[in-house]
Design a protein around this ligand. Structure first.
Ligand SMILES: [Zn+2]
Length: 493
């Protein structure tokens, strides 16, 4: 999960910062959006209802979590997941099933130990952030200095930081939209490099998560290309609380941390692609997907095994409701978590056919309650929202707005103009589990999984009908979105 929606929010900020007296540019008349036929609406309801009774998605997810499990990019689990994806697509009746190879960075977790050595010694539960280097073999021991954010760290200055271990103590807000993620995740990505600039010898963050389990949440971090690289670890929430309480005593708190993670070159992974072909030479492409890779601590059940099986099952029900005009293409993306290799690779490899991509959809927020619809249509497409909402009514009733730019994997498509459709799901339970050892199959509720499948099955039928034109998005960063986003949210994935 990645904070892509922050981009849309940034566009809105830019828009509101424009001088109030500036005359609006004359809008070119938008081409007609068209209208959905009665036959399309009937097929969409049939696909939706089939989705509400679906077993294929839950069965496939059970199999993925049981027979493959963790599948960090470039690991043996990742290779097994690709084989699973190919086999599952064939079994579900997809055509043109293939793997498109992509080079991914490899990283090995190793072992991680953290303990408070003074004033009151206690072991802490922590894990390395993805991409972290090792500590020196003997570990590091130093006094801790706490900061709530990177700005707070900078305000402390080198005199307070040099030779110390920095603890980023900020809490992530628990919100239905997931908006707390974008704000909280900055310290995970950049905290180590910022702390190293001030002379820190190691970094610990409070897990970017919203649970109170003693399970740390991992996730990608990155180093500046120049500068010292120090180990970056994540503490479980109760351990971050413990550290906070010892610091609050006013006594100097010392920590020992030892970590053996390492980068291990590159490996070959693959995106897995399958289709239900459209009709005729002019058929467009409706691309839908999730990411096949996962972090290594759990089973990747919600992140993002769920997204993969939701789209596989939804596409199957959409095709079963009647032959689509446009090709329905499911992409199980590679290495979303540790560099977006599959997303970038897809946009580059399929550049020549992007003009034929009529819409992109991505599921990467787990199989939780669907509460709304978000669109990312070109200008003048407002009339399409009402029929979409009417078909979705048994699944969700809120229209979020026209501000989505897809998720992490479809972002490279929407930034090249491909419109987006996305169901909004409850992010609260998602961030309890996300990137932790607790992201396991038993946490998946079959009724909620079916709700997601049903919603996407209906959307796919309507998008692949060829009845309407969703327009094109303006090139990234050039123009503010047409409709304000009702709930500006970081798209966490
Ligand atoms: Zn994800």
């Amino acid at each position: 999960m990645r904070p892509v929606r922050a981009f849309a929010a940034a566009l809105i900020v830019l828009a509101s910062a424009a001088p109030a007296h500036a005359a609006p540019a004359p809008a070119a008349p938008a081409p007609a959006a068209g209208a959905f036929s009665q036959a399309t609406l009937t097929r969409a309801r049939a696909a939706r209802d089939a989705g509400l009774r679906d077993d294929a998605g839950y069965d496939a997810l059970r199999e993925l979590c049981t027979q493959v499990g963790p599948r960090l990019a470039g690991s043996p689990g990742d290779a097994r997941a690709v084989a699973w994806g190919l086999e599952t697509m064939k079994r579900m009746g997809f055509s043109n099933v293939r793997a498109e190879t992509v080079t991914v960075p490899r990283w090995e977790r190793g072992e991680c130990h953290v303990e408070i050595t003074a004033p009151w010694p206690q072991p802490l539960v922590a894990c390395a952030l993805g991409g972290s280097v090792a500590t020196p073999e003997e570990g590091v021991e130093a006094e801790v200095v706490a900061a709530g954010s990177i700005d707070e760290l900078k305000a402390l200055g080198e005199a307070r930081v040099r030779g110390r271990i920095v603890f980023f103590r900020g809490h992530m807000e628990r919100a239905r939209t997931g908006m707390g993620y974008g704000a909280a995740v900055t310290v995970r990505g950049r905290g180590a490099s910022e702390a190293a600039k001030l002379g820190a010898v190691g970094v610990l963050i409070r897990s970017i998560g919203t649970d109170s389990n003693r399970d740390p949440h991992t996730g990608a971090m990155r180093y500046d290309s120049t500068g010292t690289r120090i180990a970056a670890l994540s503490l479980s929430a109760p351990d971050a609380d413990l550290l906070d309480r010892q610091i609050a005593s006013g006594k100097a708190v010392r920590l020992r941390m030892r970590n053996t993670s390492r980068s291990a070159g590159v490996a070959v992974s693959a995106k897995v692609i399958g289709e239900f072909p459209g009709r005729g030479a002019g058929a467009g492409i409706v691309v839908v997907g999730g990411h096949l890779d996962s972090w290594d601590l759990g089973q990747g059940a919600h992140d993002d095994g769920a997204g993969c099986v939701i789209m596989l099952a939804a596409a199957k029900h959409a095709a079963a409701a009647g032959p689509p005009r446009h090709t329905i293409r499911v992409v199980l993306f590679a290495n979303e978590e540790f560099g977006l290799s599959g997303a970038r690779g897809y946009a580059t490899r399929h550049e020549a056919e992007l003009a034929r991509h009529v819409v992109a959809m991505e599921s990467d927020l787990g199989a939780f309650d669907v509460w709304g619809l978000e669109t990312g249509f070109g200008p003048g497409r407002e009339t399409l929202v009402t029929p979409l909402m009417s078909v979705l009514a048994p699944v969700c009733t809120e229209y979020v707005g026209n501000g989505t730019r897809g998720g992490a994997d479809t972002g490279p498509l929407t930034s090249r103009g491909v419109p987006a459709l996305q169901l909004a799901t409850d992010a609260r339970p998602y961030f309890d589990l996300h990137h932790s050892a607790n992201d396991t199959f038993d946490k998946v509720d079959v009724a909620l999984l079916r709700e997601n499948i049903a919603g996407y099955a209906a959307l796919i039928v309507m998008a692949a009908s060829g009845d309407v034109d969703f327009g094109r998005l303006p090139p990234a960063a050039a123009t503010p979105v047409a409709t304000p986003v009702a709930t500006p949210a970081a798209t966490p994935r």
